[in-house]
Design a protein around this ligand. Structure first.
Ligand code: NAD
Length: 482
């Protein structure tokens, strides 16, 4: 059977890359060729940005009610047809298990509806003036053309979040999805266009970061860049954005800590911890990949975490019982295994896992006491590997949690309200969750990080703030020339 080929979407038109080049999209589960997709480059970026400039004029001029209706229609299409339009792509190209893919679809509906609600909340302000015959107002205006650069790990819901809120605020978007997951992005853009968002307001250039991604970020006619991706990419994109003195919103990597305090049930804590690290095989920015447990609980907790890890069913991606699937590619597997190997060589205890189940699927892995300068402790492994360290007090636990350049999310398991709040206040992270794992999502919460985890926040009104600019307008009510 002929391999399907997919084109770029530029200003509503499907077109081949200017170079005519294509790249392969492979299924991480079995390596099969899923499709070939246009490999966008500089000329395609040029076309997409110029379409988006026109799209911005059209979309921002539409009455808020019409923008709201289009976003709600997109939500309705996904609610009704999401399984047919998106489920197979999510499973096949990103290696998601069916439960995670369904969750992404449902969350995308939620995000689009939440963004639609933001359309009518572009509030301005007024403020008093010492000269009583003057009136001062603050208008909130869209930025213009927003470049959206998205990652592979939640290729639908993260992209939907990155796109829906800028659109709600009246911006147009040029999307550069991950080269690993272009099919989901193209299918999502088709939904937006079917919902009546002007064709010029949404373009998708598929291709590689070093080719069309870099070109897009460097383009002079972009007003803002939103990136969700690794810290390495964030540093490059942020640096380039500053050269143009343009807004950028960066949601980057994490090495989130979970504190397990002495008053909790170890089996229950282990269940929560396992969910917080092993969901999607640890390919979640907020995964609690570092666990800090108080000594009195350490032995039963580690035994229960080992049992929880070993109980995870790793079967077919379409089997509802499957806990997670393959990592995205061989490079990702090699990085995870190298982290484990190096940590063990430096003295960490391998409690369970540390090897491949089959193909690109890494067994759930628990390490005890890795060196604090090891890769597995300091860097994102982005795989099903969790490090456990044992401490003697809450203060020490907080200090260990803060021993990271990242600060995306954190979790504290305790029933003691004072311990929980002390930890929440003491940990430097964009979110701290008490009584649950670190990987939480909510369409109106401010998601983002401290330190190397990024700049800015996304979700609900926080996205509206990121993707709008303030303008002070004042009026003299009397002729001031007299
Ligand atoms: P990545 O940084 O490799 O790629 C992200 C996107 O950036 C891709 O579309 C890629 O093509 C593009 N890109 C790469 N280099 C570029 C460049 N120089 N200029 C412009 N674009 C470029 O990240 P990934 O591997 O796809 O995703 C995993 C990473 O994303 C992890 O670090 C994870 O923590 C992070 N992430 C963060 C959040 C969050 O909310 N903070 C959410 C999900 C994922």
């Amino acid at each position: 059977m002929a391999v399907q080929q997919h084109q770029l979407i530029i200003g509503g038109c499907r077109r081949a890359a200017s170079s005519g080049a294509l790249f392969d999209v492979l299924a991480p589960a079995d390596g099969r060729l899923l499709a070939q997709v246009a490999r966008g480059g500089a000329d395609d970026v040029e076309l997409a940005v110029s379409a988006a400039r026109q799209g911005y004029q059209q979309w921002s001029a539409l009455a808020p009610g019409r923008r709201e209706a289009a976003l709600l229609r997109a939500a309705d299409i996904i609610a009704a047809e999401g399984e047919a339009r998106l489920l197979d792509n999510l499973i096949d190209e990103s290696g998601s298990v069916i439960t995670k893919a369904r969750h992404e679809i449902a969350y995308t509906v939620d995000l689009l509806r939440t963004a639609a609600g933001e359309v009518r909340r572009l509030y301005g302000d007024t403020f008093p003036n010492d000269r009583p015959q003057r009136v001062s107002m603050v208008f909130r205006e869209p930025l213009g053309v927003v470049a959206i650069i998205s990652p592979y790990n939640a290729p639908l819901s993260l992209l939907a979040k990155m796109v829906a809120f800028p659109l709600a605020a009246g911006n147009s978007v040029v999307i550069k999805p991950s080269e690993e997951t272009p099919l989901t992005a193209l299918a999502f853009a088709e939904v937006l266009l079917a919902a009546g968002i002007p064709a010029a307001a949404v373009s998708v250039i598929t291709g590689y970061g070093a080719e069309c991604g870099e070109r897009l970020v460097a383009h002079a006619d972009i007003d803002c860049v939103a990136l969700t991706g690794s810290t390495r990419t964030g540093v490059a994109v942020g640096g380039e954005s500053m050269k143009h003195m343009r807004r950028c919103q960066l949601e980057l990597g994490g090495k989130s800590a979970m504190l397990v305090l002495r008053d909790v049930d170890p089996a229950s804590a282990a269940g929560i911890a396992a969910q917080g690290i092993f969901t999607h095989g640890g390919q979640i920015c907020m995964a609690n990949s570092r666990i800090v447990v108080e000594r009195p609980l350490a032995a039963p907790f580690i035994a229960a975490l080992k049992a929880a890890a070993e109980a995870i069913f790793l079967g077919d991606l379409r089997d509802e019982r499957s806990g997670y699937g393959p990592l995205i590619n061989q490079r990702a597997v090699d990085k995870v295994l190298a982290h484990v190997r190096q940590a063990v060589a430096a003295g960490a205890e391998l409690v369970t896992g540390g090897d491949i189940v089959a193909g690109l699927t890494v067994r759930p892995t628990v390490l005890l006491n890795p060196a604090r300068n090891s890769g597995v402790w300091r860097e994102e492994s982005f795989g099903p590997v969790v490090s456990v360290v044992v401490v003697d007090s809450l203060e020490e636990a907080i200090a260990v949690a803060n021993d990271s350049e990242y600060g995306l999310s954190a979790a504290v398991l305790t029933h003691n309200i004072q311990w929980g709040f002390r930890a929440a206040r003491g940990i430097r992270a964009g979110s701290v969750h008490i009584g649950m794992h670190a990987f939480q999502s909510n369409a109106i919460a401010p998601i983002g990080g401290f330190g190397m985890s990024g700049i800015g926040r996304s979700g609900g009104k926080y996205s509206t703030e990121e993707f709008t600019e303030l303008k002070w307008v004042s009026v003299a009510l009397e002729d001031e020339g007299k």
